[in-house]
Design a protein around this ligand. Sequence first.
Ligand SMILES: [Zn+2]
Length: 190
Amino acid sequence: MQEDPFEYMKKEEIPKEFYSDLENAPFCSCTFCNKDLLSGSELYMIEKSYKINPVNDKRNTIFEYAICASCSFRKMQAMSEESVQNIQAYMQEKFVIDDWDSSRKLHFERCVVTGKPVSELEEYNMIGQFIGNEMIIGQFPVVMSPSIGEELQELLSQQTKDEFDDFMSTINNVPPELKELFKSKRPVLV
Ligand SMILES: [Zn+2]
């Protein structure tokens, strides 16, 4: 029998919040390299950015993507040492997760950095970690205020920023208007 290194992790079905709007189903491939995710055994992350319409309280997706572990790793390697250290220090200091084992409902209720209830946010990013067709419960999922992405962005060296821009330009299956949006609204994970 094949050993599953993630066997002992708490997992559950992928919640609809993390479905791809484009597919109206779970993400089936990595946005960056098109690798199959659902039947694979590689970890991947999904980030979705939502904006609430104040008129009707409807939630609209600003951007969404899935990134496989290999692409994340390539990204990390491209970052300068200074940027990696800055970001790690920031995460250690700012990320407040009271109960790592708590239900995902709790994870979805507050910004992981500011503690603000999601219901008070007009815009937020959701990040989750997945394997195959399941979500892993632990450090993720988290909800973040968009200002966190901006703060993280400030911690990056110019060199790293340029590399991110190169990386973002490799996204091929997002609409051009989203690519344009990425220039001002930076995703947290890439
Ligand atoms: Zn990939």
